[in-house]
Design a protein around this ligand. Structure first.
Ligand SMILES: Cc1cc2nc3c(=O)[nH]c(=O)nc-3n(C[C@H](O)[C@H](O)[C@H](O)COP(=O)(O)O)c2cc1C
Length: 169
């Protein structure tokens, strides 16, 4: 049986469509994947956005994306050597994953691994996340991704389960 891990970022706090949430939308999906597929988790953490209201956050995120910034994150990059399948998940921020995910991407090696991207979003679906993951990890086997609306995740376990079933979990 292959060993899998979810590398993800999720922003709790003030957000579009769901108000001020204690647990981020992507974290909820990551928890479903762990329950259903038995995957471990590595959460990408930054304190850069702590306590920010939605409007200043989207402005800051836009600036970061436009400038290709790589905001610092807490701790070291995970050791993924024992995993052959790596789920990569995050919210869509301005058409791709939050820049802090790219901070980690440059420090992990996914050569030869199966990589399964997923997003939570409010209309953009996968946006450019799959192609950006392919560019970051040209030697990985990047599969078709999965996306779900952020405001749907709390009642959306069955959708995640159906997707994972289709992947053989
Ligand atoms: C800074 C910021 C930028 C966003 N940009 C987009 C976007 O381009 N497209 C989209 O569909 N949703 C966008 N959203 C909505 C989030 O993708 C959505 O709420 C997501 O479920 C949040 O996940 P999280 O709670 O795990 O952080 C944005 C939200 C924020 C805070």
């Amino acid at each position: 049986m292959s060993k899998s891990i979810i590398v993800f970022f999720s922003h709790a706090g003030d957000n579009y469509a769901v108000g001020n949430i204690e647990v981020g939308n992507t974290k909820i999906v990551a928890d479903y994947i762990s329950e259903i597929a038995g995957a471990d988790q590595f959460e990408i953490v930054t304190h850069k956005y702590d306590g920010m209201a939605y409007t200043p956050l989207i402005n800051l995120a836009k600036e970061e994306a436009n400038n290709g910034e790589l905001p610092p994150c807490e701790g070291d990059a995970p050791d993924l050597s024992q995993y052959d399948t790596v789920f990569i998940g995050g919210p869509v921020w301005w058409g791709t994953y939050p820049q802090v995910m790219f901070t980690i991407f440059k420090d992990i090696n996914l050569d030869g691994k199966t990589v399964i991207p997923f997003t939570t979003h409010e209309g953009s679906g996968l946006a450019s996340c799959v192609s950006d993951v392919k560019s970051a990890f040209p030697k990985a086997k990047v599969t078709q991704g999965f996306s779900i609306y952020g405001h749907e995740v709390r009642s959306g376990r069955a959708k995640v389960e159906k997707w994972l079933k289709g992947l053989g979990y």
